[in-house]
Design a protein around this ligand. Structure first.
Ligand SMILES: CC(C)(COP(=O)(O)OP(=O)(O)OC[C@H]1O[C@@H](n2cnc3c(N)ncnc32)[C@H](O)[C@@H]1OP(=O)(O)O)[C@@H](O)C(=O)NCCC(=O)NCCS
Length: 148
């Protein structure tokens, strides 16, 4: 999915550790009691991934950072909404995690519309946070949702 580049910060060659690294990361996440990892598969192929990474320090244990991605050919069919709904349900039921935060490129209208529909609130903007290969900049928006 990273190979698409358009909506991701990490370039494919910067994804350290390859498949083994990803397996290690997912194992660590599944052992962490303030993190969540959901995978969507179609005919054995991964078509969606949602990760909420819980704050690693004691004073951050009530927070988690959300990342979500759906394969290009699976978009627009409700999978992104289903994944985010599951993370919001997880947040609302969780004993420790109270704040779900994320950052999204300011021109990612699809993702912004999705988060707005779950009442995520803007907490700030970082102008020109990223510089692209063509020399142009992109800012991002920081959003959060508090547990109900
Ligand atoms: C953002 C993303 C996860 C959404 O997943 P998806 O499966 O395409 O989303 P859904 O089909 O569930 O649609 C969810 C909402 O997105 C919005 N949306 C969908 N298609 C859209 C489009 N073409 N234009 C604008 N908004 C759109 C709508 O608000 C839609 O709500 P609805 O269910 O009321 O129609 C997916 O597009 C993706 O992986 N994008 C690349 C990675 C990315 O941007 N991740 C988020 C970074 S923070």
């Amino acid at each position: 999915m990273l190979a698409e580049k358009r909506w991701f910060i990490t370039r494919p060659e910067e994804h350290r550790g390859g498949i083994d690294g990803e397996i290690r990361r997912l194992r660590e996440l599944s052992r962490s009691d303030n993190s969540l990892c959901l995978v969507a598969r179609r005919e054995g192929k991964v078509i969606g991934l949602l990760v909420c990474t819980g704050g690693p320090l004691h004073r951050m244990r009530h927070t988690a950072k959300l990342e979500v991605m759906v394969a290009q050919d699976a978009r627009g069919g409700g999978l992104g909404r289903a994944l985010v709904q599951a993370s919001v349900d997880w947040l609302d039921a969780h004993e420790t995690v109270e704040k779900l935060g994320l950052s999204v490129f300011e021109d990612n209208e699809r993702a912004l519309a999705l988060y707005a529909s779950f009442d995520f609130i803007e907490e700030g903007r970082r102008p020109k946070e990223y510089k692209l290969d063509d020399g142009t900049y992109r800012g991002d928006v920081l959003l959060y949702r508090w547990s109900r």
